[in-house]
Design a protein. Structure first.
Length: 93
């Protein structure tokens, strides 16, 4: 049998550093840097897109205001025409 009578021993910490450990640490650092700069670039692009959307919404709001003003003018013209049509024959008699 084994020297510790079938019982499991305590785990032992191995303080040696090999190339695999260094490669893993460098890989994690590079992956973190890549993720940081990738997200930074994506957020920059998103900011530009949001700015363009805000500009488009402002232009649409201006068009909507102009359309509402034109509707008000058309309604006023229709009211005047209705008054002219109602009072028109009475003036010709």
């Amino acid at each position: 049998m084994s020297e510790n009578n079938g019982r499991q021993g305590r785990p032992v910490f191995d303080p040696t550093i090999n190339y695999g450990h260094v490669l893993t640490a460098v890989s994690f650092i590079l992956a973190g840097l890549g993720a940081y700069y990738g997200m930074r670039a994506e957020l920059s692009n998103m900011d530009l897109r949001v700015a363009k959307i805000e500009l488009t919404l402002q232009q649409l709001a201006n068009v909507l205001v102009l359309s509402a003003r034109q509707d008000e003018r058309l309604i006023a013209i229709e009211r005047r025409m209705d008054r002219v049509e109602q009072t028109g024959p009475a003036l010709h008699r």
